[in-house]
Design a protein around this ligand. Structure first.
Ligand SMILES: [Cu+2]
Length: 592
């Protein structure tokens, strides 16, 4: 563990902003959101930054919708170049003092990428978590130039949940989201209201957690210009400053009461493991998780003993109990997840000493709660939450279509590694060519062949509406990947340890040779378990190294072309994304 850096910005001096609420019902379900350049101050001691934002703000307005009441949004693209982010690859991974360049502001000797300023502001909006018809889902190639009309209809036939909307342009999602194009979207329903959970301010608090870096002037002073910096060894950006609802390390005054905190990781790549501390000691028992990506859990769950893990795009609906605390009490949220994240644990009790530049975590600070004001009656937590879903029945799963996807990292000469997915199909009996993937589970070995590798390869997944499918996500890389499926949510069935071998040259441009055994490797220290707070309806799942994750998904309503991908934006932009086409059963027999 290396020495912590001295923070160039003061933590916990500025109030947590709450994004403006845009309640759809007040506007009869018809909203206009302008994407436009704006200015934003990320911290009191920083000059203003130029950003691209929904309604010109960071984050965009929080849209609130009712289940069953459709919302139409005119996404008006009024963007105007150039992209307000300096993009650079630093020439070295560490500076002259040995500090990783991603932990410090400025370009670290890198030159500003010349292609990025030429981006003309093409956008496409994806409502993440939305059960949205394909034409309005934000297919990454269906772009809108500034001035072109984009009117999207969102039926909102879906459970109450915290969703988010963000840019999804092919190849540059990482830059457009980083520039500010993200906002929250809350779906509400009567079932949730019946539970008496806090709704709206002050007791419901959304937290959009992101990380950002800034440029410096010739004297080394921070200026507001946003910097997306990577280095020769790490192709994802892991900026040093954690930003919550648009402010670096903010503070929220809370009353002695129960708060509903709706947290989402909107970072490009960083995974957070959030620990709540008072006087240096963890107090995670104050937190009860009641919901995940797609809304309420069946029953409340504690957060894991190490802390609440949120990879990019994951959400958690939390009740946090401050009701016994005297005014003046302070609770601090720290992040204990090193980057790139690989699933390694970290004891919550050690959180205060977690700062680690080698782990690209120079400043673990996230947010502080400061108790002030009069006590409010303690809120009881319902013992039963959701009643509208159950784990899929084994009978339904026994006849489910099974699909397998390998996650691989291909090393290339003179350019960053290529992270891609390899869709696998069971190889024919006589297929003995060497490029096969074998998966051995006890006595049983299944032989697969790669049938698709790149985003533009032929579609091979055609799920039938209404039928369960089991997807196996097999991680053959050294890092955790949050895999996101568009459209319907899924349930996590299993996390299983694997041991695998890839022969020299086994990862080609389109093929793969690997032997995978469903057993724990001798050096594998991860526990490969499903945490209680993951047993809900999710649209994003962390797939750790040496791990096979099995999910059950059932697409229910809309036919069409959708995407699934890693939600590390630098990965999704670099080919870790694939299409699938949902089909009505009656049409399948007519497919050529
Ligand atoms: Cu990834």
């Amino acid at each position: 563990m290396s020495h912590p850096l001295t923070a160039p910005l003061a933590p916990f001096v500025e109030a947590l902003p709450v994004p403006r609420r845009l309640v759809a019902a007040v506007h009869e379900g018809r909203l206009t959101v302008r994407m436009r350049p704006g200015t934003h101050r990320f911290h009191r001691d920083l000059p203003e930054s130029t950003i691209w934002g929904y309604d010109g703000t960071v984050p965009g307005p929080t849209i609130e919708a009712e289940r069953g009441q459709p919302v139409t949004v005119e996404w008006r693209n009024e963007l105007d170049g150039p992209l307000p982010v300096v993009v650079t690859v630093a020439p070295h991974a560490a500076d002259a003092d040995g500090v990783p360049v991603q932990c410090v502001p400025g370009l670290s000797g890198g030159t500003a990428d010349r292609k990025a300023p030429a981006l003309a502001g093409h956008t496409v909006v994806h409502l993440h978590g939305g059960l949205t018809p394909a034409v309005y889902d934000g297919w990454a190639e269906n772009l809108f130039a500034p001035g072109q009309p984009a009117v999207f209809h969102y039926p909102m036939h879906q459970r109450a949940a915290l969703l988010w909307y963000h840019d999804h342009v092919m190849g540059v999602t990482k830059l457009d989201v980083y520039a500010g194009l993200a906002g929250l979207w809350i779906v509400r329903d009567d079932h949730e209201r019946g539970l008496g959970l806090p709704e709206g301010p002050p007791f419901e608090v959304p937290l959009l957690i992101q990380d950002r870096n800034f440029d410096v002037d010739e004297q080394g002073r921070l200026i507001g210009r946003l910097v997306h910096k990577t280095d020769p060894e790490v192709m994802e950006a892991f900026p040093p400053f954690t930003v919550v609802n648009g402010k670096v390390w903010p503070v929220l005054d809370v009353r002695p009461a129960t708060y509903r905190v709706r947290a989402i990781n909107g970072s490009n790549a960083r995974t957070y493991r959030l620990v709540l501390l008072r006087d240096g000691a963890p107090e995670l028992e104050r937190i009860t998780q009641i919901g995940t990506d797609h809304g309420l859990l069946r029953t409340p769950a504690p957060v894991p003993a190490d802390g609440l893990l949120l990879a990019s795009a994951e959400r958690a609906d939390l009740l946090v109990d401050f009701s016994d605390l005297a005014p003046g009490s302070e609770l601090t949220v720290l992040n204990t997840a090193a980057a790139p994240f690989d699933g390694t644990g970290f004891q919550a009790a050690d959180a205060e000493s977690v700062a680690d530049v080698e782990g690209l975590l120079p400043y673990p600070e996230v947010l502080r709660f400061r108790v002030a004001g009069d006590a409010v009656r303690r809120r009881s937590i319902p013992r039963e939450l959701a009643t509208d879903y159950e784990p899929p029945a084994s009978r339904a799963l026994a006849r489910a279509r099974r699909r397998a996807i390998a996650l691989v990292e291909r090393e290339l000469d003179d350019e960053p590694n290529m992270l891609t997915m390899r869709e696998l199909a069971v190889a024919a009996d006589g297929d003995e060519d060497g490029r096969l993937v074998t998966v051995t589970d006890g006595d049983e070995t299944t032989r697969y062949r790669v049938v698709a590798a790149h985003f533009e390869d032929t579609t091979t997944f055609f799920p039938v509406l209404g039928e369960y499918e089991v997807w196996q996500l097999i991680n053959l890389t050294g890092d955790t990947h949050p895999i996101h499926l568009h459209l319907d949510p899924f349930q996590i069935l299993a996390r299983r340890p694997i041991r695998y071998e890839i022969p020299p040259g086994g990862i080609g441009d389109r093929d793969l040779a690997a032997s995978i055994n469903l057993e724990r490797g001798p050096d594998d220290e991860l526990n490969h378990a499903i945490d209680d707070n993951e047993r809900g309806l999710n649209d994003t799942v962390r797939v750790n190294p040496n791990e096979l994750v099995e999910i059950a998904v059932r697409f229910t309503t809309y036919s069409g072309r959708y995407m699934y991908h890693c939600h590390i934006l630098e990965h999704e932009d670099r080919d870790m994304m694939r299409p699938f086409v949902t089909m009505p059963a009656a049409l399948m027999s007519f497919m050529a």
